[in-house]
Design a protein around this ligand. Structure first.
Ligand code: MG
Ligand code: MG
Length: 257
């Protein structure tokens, strides 16, 4: 079931989104060469507490992971791309780090992810990869308007990937969210324009293009969570929470104006 949010509820989700955006901004800047990934996890816990927010990840035990998850942020390094379980790893210059964060404030969830290069990029292709997921996210957001269909979002995301030769894996994609982190509908990163559920004001969706410089196949680390590219290729992930409104798409995981 898809719960349509009132404008006031969308505003509440935007307040959560402000917390998520602020935390991701702070933690991305702290992700410098020589910093242990676990330092970011621990700082994220402190920031959550300061904001009066709850982690959507802690104790999460879905079918696709070996639960319960006991961290508050997903940190995926280099060829790891989704659900990266923080572990002791000292970041090196040129590492590609994805930070993915979903939190709840006053009962409303927001979910966002950014990918950054730690220090100085060693390969311009890593920058191009990250940029492609950001542009795909922008394209998906632009398609999140009343009257469009879910397939328009998916097709817009995939078009950016395919134009640049990146291959889309449809096993994991975006999702509805609101009172909880993962709700209907699933939003694939590939689809047919004009097909699928019609978008209506009050729908709130997390859009999250991700892909790698190589083949789209994933393997799971021994931790039971971290999804890594099977061929070891560098990967990137960008995500925002967006509301479909009468005035167009409203991105909720940005700093409050
Ligand atoms: Mg996320
Ligand atoms: Mg998500």
């Amino acid at each position: 079931m898809i719960e349509l949010k009132t404008p006031g509820e969308v505003d509440a989700m935007a307040r959560t989104g402000d917390v998520v955006a602020g935390m991701l901004s702070t933690l991305s800047v702290e992700a410098r060469p020589g910093v242990d990934v676990m330092e970011l996890e621990h700082h994220a816990r402190d920031l959550l507490a300061d904001a009066g927010a709850e982690s959507c990840y802690w104790d999460y035990a879905p079918s696709f992971g070996r639960g319960p998850f006991r961290n508050v942020i997903c940190l995926s390094v280099n060829d790891a791309v989704l659900h990266g379980r923080p572990r002791h790893h000292v970041l090196r210059d040129g590492d590609v780090l994805s930070l993915d964060l979903a939190v709840s404030v006053d009962g409303w969830v927001a979910d966002s992810a950014v990918t950054v290069v730690v220090g100085t990029a060693h390969d311009d292709d890593d920058i191009a990869l990250i940029d492609s997921t950001r542009r795909a996210l922008d394209a998906g957001i632009a398609a999140a308007v009343p009257g469009n269909r879910l397939g328009d979002i998916s097709a817009a995301i995939a078009a950016v990937a395919e134009a640049e030769g990146y291959r889309v894996n449809t096993d994991f994609g975006g999702h509805g969210l609101g009172r909880t982190m993962h709700e209907d509908p699933h939003v694939s990163n590939r689809g047919r324009a004009g097909k699928g559920l019609r978008l209506r004001p009050g729908m709130t969706l997390a859009l999250e293009p991700w892909w790698s410089r190589g083949a789209p196949d994933l393997v799971v680390d021994e931790d039971g969570w971290t999804l890594r590219m099977a061929d070891g290729s560098m990967a990137a992930h960008s995500e925002h929470t967006v509301a479909v409104t009468d005035d167009g798409p409203r991105v909720l995981t940005v700093p409050a104006a």
